[in-house]
Ligand binder design. Structure first.
Ligand code: HXC
Length: 514
């Protein structure tokens, strides 16, 4: 064959392979409101930057008639590309080919690109749209998942790993996303579950739809498996492109710096925090008073709303924000909010992102439900994550810092580098009402007018402890500052912390309270 004919032959082969499961299957995919695997990749990476590998890989299934089936590219597209000119590794499962099910060669393609990502020290983006382990390939499919999970674990904390759920994600398919750093879901399209509605019906006799079992809202609002929720695939891709502007490409690097921008003038802390300490406010407005251009990119925003986490920039540098939310459960720490905060703190620490903690909370949530759900173990994760983190860590106490909350929210005692408090801060073992009722119980009970005595004792307790000056007098707080000073003080503190050196005792690894 001449070179020209060879080229024509190659083009034909490519065209056929790129058609995946064929026109009919693609039409079915489109009818479900879904893009195809290649369209998804092209929507994420820079124009003309995608380079595909293993297009001609063939499956090796021989049982149940598989030897007669052609599965183009074995149902997954892998390659490298760039986002904002920086390299990334990416794969997208192709549901039009055997439901994106994972057989031996499908898994090998994914692990090949994962190995590249780890070697090249670039982020890995996995687009999941799969019926899970390919049933006809038996143990080879299970082995394939094991190889993926192992690599997810090796890469954890070395390169950022992003999982995008764009279709069903059943059985083994859910565990790779669960091992990665950020999971993206899209309304009506994403479905994640270990066992599908069919199995649930036959085993438990319960009828449930895929959406109710593991739809996008379930994962972003109820169980917190997802970090970002979008209404459409394109909105999801925009979220991915925004997220990567905040994070470094690997643990050896720092996130990119951007030109500094002041917060928008309408955001002023003194106007956001109410005069009356019993009135709640939205802590995200406080963050917008501090972050460059008032731009805050919130993570898990519909899950465990009593804590707010996300990225913003201060003076052009990425900062991880962790903040109690007085609007939800008064900002207490409970099982879910502890999980949410601890994992984010560990991500920031692994990827050299300084952490700013904004504190206003009355402590851990009391109650039988929380005790039985393991608030001791989950709550300990926050203590562990802050204590272990060696990135610059700064705290500003806005109002309440009571009890375990004072300690847990990046206190000096867990090695905060700088501790600041507004004059409105109240630092005490518990709230004045509860404290007065306990320590002045006898005086109140024995008084002629117990109510008047209670009010007097509450005030006495407030005057003595519910302020930042006792903690400041002991050096636990470095400085009591005015609201207008916050950003300036923080810019200075993060600037002087840039060369921070801190280390942990030599060990194989710690044992966090998982
Ligand atoms: C082989 C599969 C498959 C699978 C889907 N297909 N899942 N083939 N193995 N796991 C095939 C279908 O046979 C069909 O092929 C095509 O993909 C499209 O599937 P449909 O069922 O027509 O699509 P849809 O109605 O949209 O339903 C999607 C689905 C459903 C919900 C994902 O296919 C499903 O329930 N699949 C099984 C899910 C599951 O239980 N997976 C667990 C596997 S065990 P044709 O040729 O007809 O087009 C597992 C254990 C690993 O993963 C544990 C590791 C920790």
């Amino acid at each position: 064959m001449s070179l020209k004919n060879n080229i024509l032959d190659l083009r034909k082969r490519k065209e056929k392979a790129q058609l995946g499961g064929g026109e009919k299957a693609i039409q079915k995919q489109v009818a479900m409101g879904k893009l195809t695997a290649r369209e998804r990749i092209l929507a994420i990476v820079d124009e003309d930057s995608f380079c595909e590998y293993d297009l001609f890989v063939e499956h090796q299934g021989r049982e149940f008639g598989m030897d007669k089936k052609v599965l183009q590219g074995d149902g997954v597209v892998i390659g490298t590309g760039t986002i904002y000119g920086e390299p990334i590794c990416i794969y997208a499962q192709d549901f039009t080919v055997a439901g994106g099910s994972l057989g031996l060669m499908h898994a090998r393609k994914i692990t090949k690109i994962m190995d590249h990502a780890l070697k090249l020290r670039v982020p890995l983006i996995g687009i999941n749209d799969s019926g899970g382990a390919r049933i006809q390939e038996g143990v080879d499919s299970l082995a394939g998942y094991g190889e993926i999970f192992f690599r997810n674990t090796l890469a954890s904390g070395v390169i950022p790993q992003l999982s995008v759920i764009l279709g069903p994600c059943a059985g083994g398919a859910v565990y790779s996303p669960a091992l990665t750093d950020f999971v993206f879901v899209v309304n009506n399209i994403s479905k994640m579950f270990i066992t599908g509605p069919g199995v649930i019906k036959s085993v438990l006799g319960e009828e449930i739809s895929m959406e109710e079992l593991g739809g996008a809202k379930v994962h972003s609002e109820i169980n917190g498996n997802a970090h970002f929720y979008a209404e459409t695939e394109n909105e999801c891709f925009e979220q991915i492109k925004k997220l990567v502007t905040f994070i470094p490409w690997s643990c050896d690097k720092k996130a990119k710096s951007f030109p500094a921008k002041p917060p928008k003038p309408e955001y002023k802390i003194e106007e956001v925090v109410p005069e009356d300490p019993t009135i709640p406010y939205d802590i995200r407005d406080c963050i917008k008073c501090i972050a460059d251009d008032s731009d805050f990119f919130e993570i898990q925003k519909d899950f465990a709303g009593n804590i707010v986490i996300g990225f913003g920039r201060i003076n052009g540098e990425t900062i991880g924000f962790v903040a109690n939310q007085p609007l939800v459960l008064a900002g207490v720490l409970d099982c879910d909010s502890s999980d949410k905060a601890a994992r984010f703190i560990r991500f920031c620490d692994a990827f050299n992102i300084p952490i700013l903690t904004l504190e206003d909370m009355p402590g851990y949530l009391p109650g039988v439900d929380q005790e039985h759900a393991g608030v001791i173990r989950h709550g300990a994760k926050v203590l562990y994550a802050y204590s272990e983190a060696t990135v610059p860590k700064i705290t500003v106490i806005i109002r309440k810092a009571y009890g375990g909350g004072y300690i847990a929210m990046n206190s000096r005692h867990l090695r905060a580098d700088f501790m600041y408090a507004l004059p409105t801060a109240e630092i005490a073992v518990m709230g004045p009402q509860g404290a007065a009722n306990i320590i002045f119980r006898k005086e109140i009970a024995g008084a002629e007018d117990p109510e008047a005595m209670r009010v007097e004792k509450v005030q006495e307790y407030k005057d003595k402890f519910a302020n930042p000056y006792v903690a400041a007098s002991k050096g636990y707080i470095d400085s009591v500052i005015e609201p207008e000073e916050i950003r300036k003080v923080l810019i200075h503190s993060f600037e002087v912390s840039k060369g921070k050196v801190a280390s942990m005792p030599k060990k194989k690894h710690g044992i966090p309270p998982f």
